[in-house]
Ligand binder design. Structure first.
Ligand SMILES: Nc1ncnc2c1ncn2[C@@H]1O[C@H](COP(=O)(O)OP(=O)(O)OP(=O)(O)O)[C@@H](O)[C@H]1O
Length: 336
C-alpha cells in the first residue's frame, strides 16, 4: 500500500514497528474505545477459560491501524496462549497453510492478517481446519492423487481484514465471533495519546494532544505517529511550545485541519475536479491518481465517507457539498 508515509496504515520500518510495539496495549482493560467489541471479546475469553477450551475463531475487520493486530495479541495474552503470526500474502498456496497449521502447538492463537489475500486453495483447506481441526493433504496428481488426513491440535484463528466483502462466505461463516472496528472518537484518541505521551515521557499539554487527536483520521496508529513527529519537531527546534510544534509539524507532513492527508485530498480533488463530483467508479478514480483501488477502498474511502465528504451510490462515488466546500469550491446545483 502506498500513500503518505506518516498517515498511511502501513508501518514505515523497523524503528516504526518497535515504536508501535512499545505503545501496544497488553490487555483488554488498557485497550481504549471499541467498548462493545471489548466487552464481547472479554465474555468470549472468559467463557472459554471457564469451560477449559480454546476460544472460538475470531474475525476482525476495519481500516488499517484501528487495533486488529493489537486485539489478536491481547487474545493470546489474556488467554495465556502463545501467538503465531502470519498474513494472507504469505500463504500463496495450500502447502504454506498446511505447514503452518501442522506446526501449531495445542491451544495456540494463529493470527492471519489480511486474510482476504490468502490463496483460494489455502482458504478451502482452512474450512476443514477451522471446523474439525483436520486437513486433507493431497499427494500426487491426476488419477493417482490421494488425500492423507492429518489431525491438528486445537487452535484459535484470529483473522484480520480491511475488506470483509472479499472473504468467501463459507470462510466468514466459520468464525464464531466477528467484529468490525470503527474509527475512534476524538476523545478516545486523546486518551490513546495521553497514554503514549506518558509511556514516551513526552511533556505535552492536553490542548496539544486534543489537536493531534482531532487530526488523526480516527486512527490510533496515525495519532501515535503524529505524536512522534511533534516530539521530533520539539527536539530538533528545542521548542517547548507544543501548540506551535503541533501546527508546524502537521503542516510539514501535509495533514490538514480536518486530518486529511495528501492521499485523501488527492482522491477528493480528483473526484471533484476531474469527475465534476461524480458519480464515478472506484477504479477510474484510482487510475486517475495512479493509486491502487484497494488502497482507496480500504483506507481513504471509509474516512472520507465518515467525514461526510464523499458518499457511495449505486452509480459510483460522489463528492458531497461538504466535500466541495472542503476544497473551497461550490458544487453544481445537481450535486447534494
Ligand atoms: N484501542 C487502542 N488503544 C490504544 N492503542 C491502540 C489501540 N488500537 C490501536 N492502537 C495502537 O495503534 C497501533 C496500530 O494498531 P494495530 O497494529 O493493532 O492496527 P491494525 O488494525 O492491526 O492495523 P493493520 O490493519 O494495518 O495491520 C498500535 O501500535 C497500537 O499501539
Amino acid at each position: 500500500m502506498s500513500g503518505d508515509a506518516v498517515t498511511s496504515g502501513e508501518p514505515l520500518n523497523d524503528s516504526e514497528r518497535d515504536f508501535e510495539g512499545a505503545l501496544r496495549p497488553q490487555s483488554l482493560n488498557e485497550f481504549v474505545g471499541q467498548h462493545k467489541v471489548v466487552s464481547q471479546l472479554g465474555l468470549l475469553l472468559k467463557a472459554a477459560e471457564m469451560d477449559s477450551r480454546t476460544p472460538d475463531h475470531i474475525l476482525l475487520s476495519g481500516p488499517p491501524g484501528l487495533g486488529k493486530t493489537t486485539l489478536a495479541m491481547i487474545v493470546a495474552h489474556e488467554s495465556g496462549r502463545s501467538l503465531r503470526m502470519s498474513s494472507g500474502p504469505a500463504i500463496s498456496h495450500a502447502g504454506d497453510l498446511a505447514a503452518l497449521l501442522s506446526s501449531l502447538v495445542p491451544g495456540e492463537v494463529l493470527f492471519i492478517d489480511e486474510i482476504h489475500r490468502m490463496a483460494r486453495s489455502a482458504e478451502e483447506m482452512l474450512y476443514l481446519a477451522m471446523e474439525d481441526f483436520r486437513i486433507d493433504i493431497m499427494v500426487g496428481k491426476g488419477v493417482g492423487a490421494s488425500s492423507i488426513p492429518l489431525d491438528l491440535p486445537p487452535f484459535t484463528l484470529v483473522g484480520a481484514t480491511t475488506r470483509t466483502g472479499l472473504l468467501a462466505s463459507p470462510l466468514r461463516d466459520r468464525f464464531g465471533f466477528t467484529a468490525h472496528l470503527e474509527f475512534y472518537e476524538v476523545e478516545e484518541l486523546k486518551t490513546v495519546l495521553s497514554r503514549s505521551a506518558q509511556l514516551l515521557s513526552i511533556n505535552i499539554p492536553d490542548s496539544a494532544l486534543l489537536e493531534i487527536a482531532r487530526r488523526s483520521r480516527g486512527t490510533p496508529r496515525i495519532a501515535n505517529r503524529l505524536l512522534r513527529r511533534v516530539r521530533d519537531y520539539m527536539t530538533v527546534h528545542s521548542s517547548e511550545d507544543a501548540a506551535h510544534a503541533v501546527e508546524l509539524a502537521l503542516a510539514l507532513y501535509d495533514v490538514d485541519e480536518r486530518g486529511l492527508d495528501r492521499l485523501d485530498r488527492s482522491v477528493l480533488s480528483a473526484l471533484v475536479e476531474r469527475f465534476n463530483g461524480g458519480p464515478v467508479g472506484v477504479n477510474s478514480l484510482a487510475i486517475s491518481i495512479g493509486e491502487e483501488s484497494e488502497t482507496i477502498e480500504a483506507t481513504v474511502e471509509p474516512f472520507l465517507i465518515r467525514e461526510g465528504l464523499m458518499s457511495r451510490t449505486h452509480r459510483g462515488r460522489i463528492a458531497t457539498s461538504q466535500g466541495w466546500a472542503h476544497l473551497g469550491l461550490t458544487p453544481p446545483s445537481i450535486n447534494p
